[in-house]
Design a protein around this ligand. Structure first.
Ligand code: SF4
Length: 60
């Protein structure tokens, strides 16, 4: 809500859903081709480890 102007909130939620369906798959996100990779800490972890983890989660 702080980052996206109010007039784009509805579109933004649709864009996030679309991004999840077309790029950021739950089990195997396509981080190497992701349009927001530079903004995403999870993508860097996924590419390094091959595992989708939260940034604060320990990697085995
Ligand atoms: S970089 Fe982030 S947003 Fe993009 S596909 Fe990977 S986990 Fe998803």
């Amino acid at each position: 809500m702080k980052l996206v102007p109010r007039e784009h909130w509805t579109d933004w939620s649709h864009w996030l859903i679309w991004h999840g369906r077309r790029r950021c798959y739950a089990r195997k996100p396509d981080c190497s081709n992701c349009e927001v990779f530079q903004l995403c800490p999870s993508g860097k972890i996924f590419l390094r480890t091959g595992q989708a983890k939260k940034p604060d989660a320990k990697v085995a």
